[in-house]
Design a protein around this ligand. Structure first.
Ligand code: GLC
Length: 424
């Protein structure tokens, strides 16, 4: 690593967080609040481990894919060991898998992270990626078969998006009846300040969606057709588009025919204009049951850069949202009525999304914006610690502390004193 670092002491802390959250082959997002293996958290953890332990990095991805379903899905949570501190646990999901898992997926960043790790040492990674490649391919095919019926990627539960309670999902959520879910006890609000978490009405609906999935035996086609929630997600659309390209590049290097992946990517790219909302002047979520746009714009719209999608209008919108806060990038539009700077995905700045956005910005030649994002993210972490998310206006740290993916993106991206490839 030739980049000068902001702080060797913070690097050491970040490594200690990854090691401390390591449960043997997989990493928990943070102790207490999230005691299992989460899909996209794990992919970022692998990237972080790669800065000091490449073997452990590949193992993280191996463990994630060891829970892959026969149909190719890689679940959003893997319940390796029972933990009463989390709700909804395996008994509520009732998927009947071994190991036990949830019944939905999460943003497919794994191929993109694997390629970054592979690039750090192609020789050392060759065998590991050769073994993972068919599994990643099967997962990408699953997205295509079960989630891309309308062209772009649909989600069947807000949790699938990884941006649980962001305003994008409000119109879809309003159609979900959460009144009959029965009694349950949340555990998240015992770990962190409830005002920084989703509200009770949201939670009832989340549970109703889980109950629908369970009742139909997690039949994905049935969930898409008749489930209570189905929305087009700009975030996963862009992430998957990028991941298809990364998977194809790795496949080519391994000598595989990647025309199938190229076809998926071409189809997905062709569908992207269907989520451009001229009213909000941005890529927008759409309720696929009614065709209506959510009418919101948030950080996911700007993952477009990651997928090589851009326009002068998008650049202008990015500046508008960003300049309204001090620490980029807000998860929801600061000019909207829904903006809530400390409530999870309804406003806070998430280091992990900032990192993805910056990768895209840099690839598209927006070096100054990428560097600004890195600098602002680094300030948040250096001043307040490795928190889950932050108030984008005053920097207040929010949610869980000693967070795996925040530590990972510090080691891989935010903690570099200057971005040598990009320049300020
Ligand atoms: C929350 C986040 C999700 C993340 C998980 C574990 O559910 O919304 O993106 O994967 O926590 O950190």
């Amino acid at each position: 690593m030739t980049n000068p670092r902001i702080s060797p002491a913070l690097d050491e802390q970040a490594r200690a967080i990854l090691r401390g959250n390591d449960r043997g082959g997989y990493t928990v997002p943070t102790d207490g609040l999230y005691p299992y293996q989460w899909n996209w958290d794990s992919a970022f953890a692998a990237w972080g481990f790669a800065t000091f332990d490449l073997d452990r990095a590949w193992t993280e991805l191996d463990t994630l894919f060891s829970a892959q379903w026969d149909d190719g899905m890689v679940p959003h949570i893997i319940f390796h060991k029972p933990d009463p501190g989390y709700f909804p646990g395996p008994d509520v999901w009732g998927t009947g898998k071994s190991p036990e898992t949830s019944g939905i997926s999460q943003p497919p960043v794994a191929a993109t992270m694997a390629r970054l790790i592979l690039d750090m040492d192609t020789q050392a990674g060759r065998e590991r990626i050769a073994a993972l490649y068919p599994k990643m391919l099967a997962w990408h095919r699953w997205w295509r078969d079960y989630r891309c019926g309308s062209g772009v990627v649909a989600i069947t539960h807000p949790w699938e998006s990884g941006r649980d309670n962001c305003p994008d999902w409000d119109i879809g959520m309003s159609n979900v009846d959460g009144s009959n879910v029965g009694e349950y006890t949340r555990r998240d609000t015992g770990h962190v300040d409830p005002s920084m978490r989703p509200g009770k009405a949201d939670y009832d609906r989340y549970i109703a969606m889980v109950q629908f999935g369970r009742e139909c035996g997690w039949d994905q086609a049935e969930i898409v057709k008749n489930g209570p929630f189905l929305m087009a997600d700009p975030g996963i659309t862009f992430i998957l588009l990028r991941a298809h390209d990364d998977l194809a590049a790795m496949g080519r290097a391994l000598g595989h025919d990647v025309s199938e992946i190229e076809g998926w990517a071409a189809d997905l790219r062709a569908a992207v204009p269907s989520i451009w909302n001229p009213e909000t002047r941005g890529y927008d979520a759409r309720d696929l049951k009614t065709g209506r746009f959510s009418g919101r714009i948030g950080s996911a719209a700007f993952l477009a850069y990651l997928a090589g999608v851009e326009s002068p209008e998008l650049d202008a919108r990015m500046t508008e949202l960003w300049d309204a806060v001090r620490y980029g990038f807000p998860s929801a539009d600061p000019a909207s009525a829904e903006f809530d700077p400390r409530r999870y995905w309804r406003g806070p700045s998430w280091p992990v999304v900032n990192a993805l956005m910056a990768i895209g910005l840099k690839d598209r030649g927006h070096h100054a914006a990428a560097e600004r994002l890195r600098r602002e993210t680094a300030e948040l972490i250096a001043e307040h610690g490795f928190f889950e998310y932050f108030d984008p206006i005053d920097g207040t740290p929010c949610g869980g502390d000693a967070f795996t993916w925040t530590a990972a993106i510090w080691l891989t991206w935010a903690g570099a004193a200057v971005d040598t490839k990009g320049g300020a």
